[in-house]
Design a protein around this ligand. Structure first.
Ligand code: ACO
Length: 323
């Protein structure tokens, strides 16, 4: 059978770093409050002239370099973002042009913080169905542009950044020892549309709007849904939490990450945490965390890795990969 193998991972963070103390000069907040409630100490913020596509292209270039591939070999670009350069066309087409990738598939996937899990599944489908042999799956966001910088309850939580994976279609035996994407479980529950949303949009208000969130409700659902989705992908393959080498969760909040690990019975050293340095970068957080894990030597070939995410919608999901 055909499976999607990870051939390379890359990431990009804007140069400007804003720590909690700097935010406290503009908002009625403190480093202690932000650290204690979220685990966040700092975040990267894109420069005025830096677009989501610019962040995405940098991450993609680095991932292709690590894979030893040229942009010419990219046949599909699936970009997860809720902060596109423009309402249309897809930011993935801007990435294709800036990267110098050839004509091929290019589209955006919008599932907010769960976007990377959804994009991975979309790209995996293209590869397994034979529509492409090499795909870039990118999560890239400039959430700083969506924030209400006068609202301390949301402004402190997010950052900008991008991460990318190169996936290659490879014929495998079809066993659990195979490398590549082994299972995916995706869900959404639109009854929570109003718990985490942007109060603008081309159809509703003809403006871009700002992020609004019912933080308590997000927290309550996140822990249960994130751990259940990991259990679901493991169950689909007949594997268990004990088989899992690494969980690379969406990086929203340290308390959510720790609560999920506890609920799964996963020791802290088998979970990747980057929210302290990156804050919540929405669809970019998982590939950014994968890049950190790779650079720390934690993603060795053959390791069993789960990723999971939840965001606005609510939309959520998990995937299981043999690295
Ligand atoms: N600094 C200081 N005080 C603050 C801040 C801040 N930045 N933000 C809120 N407060 C105050 C509130 O005004 C409130 O004050 P009051 O009691 O005088 O009214 C008090 O702190 C408590 O506010 P709560 O919102 O109840 O605080 P809570 O303990 O729920 O923590 C938080 C808020 C961190 C947002 C939490 O609800 C949470 O982590 N939710 C998950 C949300 C999340 O991670 N969203 C990311 C997007 S979704 C995703 O990616 C999964």
């Amino acid at each position: 059978m055909i499976r999607s193998l990870v051939a390379g991972v890359g990431a990009y963070l804007p140069a400007r770093v804003v720590d909690n103390d700097e935010l406290a000069t503009r908002l009625d907040t403190s480093d202690a409050w932000i650290r204690e409630r979220t685990g966040i100490t700092r975040r990267h913020i894109a420069a005025e002239d830096e677009l989501t596509s610019d962040l995405a292209v940098e991450a993609a270039r680095r991932a292709l370099e690590r894979a030893g591939l040229a942009p010419a070999s990219v046949e599909a670009i699936v970009l997860a973002t809720s902060t596109p350069d423009h309402t249309f066309p897809a930011t993935a087409t801007a990435v294709q042009r800036k990267l110098g990738a050839p004509t091929g598939i290019a589209l955006d996937v919008q599932a907010v913080c769960a976007g990377f899990a959804y994009a991975l599944a979309v790209a995996d489908g293209f590869l397994r169905l034979g529509h492409a042999r090499t795909a870039l799956v990118i999560g890239a966001e400039t959430f700083s542009r969506l924030l209400d910088w006068t609202d301390r309850s949301t402004a402190v939580l997010f950052g900008d950044g991008a991460g990318a994976l190169v996936l290659r279609a490879e014929r495998q035996a079809g066993t659990l020892a195979d490398r590549g994407l082994l299972a995916t479980k995706l869900s959404a529950d639109g009854r929570h549309y109003g718990d985490l949303y942007v109060d603008g949009g081309p159809s509703a208000t003809r403006t871009t709007g700002h992020l609004r969130m019912n933080g308590r409700e997000v927290f309550r659902h996140a822990v249960a849904r994130l751990s259940d989705s990991v259990l679901a992908v493991l169950a689909e393959t007949g594997l268990s939490v004990a088989d899992l080498d690494l969980l690379v969760p969406h990086q929203a909040n340290l308390r959510i990450i720790e609560a999920v690990a506890k609920r799964l019975g996963l020791p802290p050293e088998r979970t990747v945490v980057t929210v302290d340095r990156h804050a919540n970068t929405s669809a970019a957080s998982i590939p950014l965390a994968l890049d950190v894990a790779a650079s720390e030597g934690r993603l060795l070939p053959g390791r069993l890795v789960a990723v999971n995410a939840l965001g606005g919608g609510f939309a959520w999901g998990a995937s299981l990969l043999r690295w």
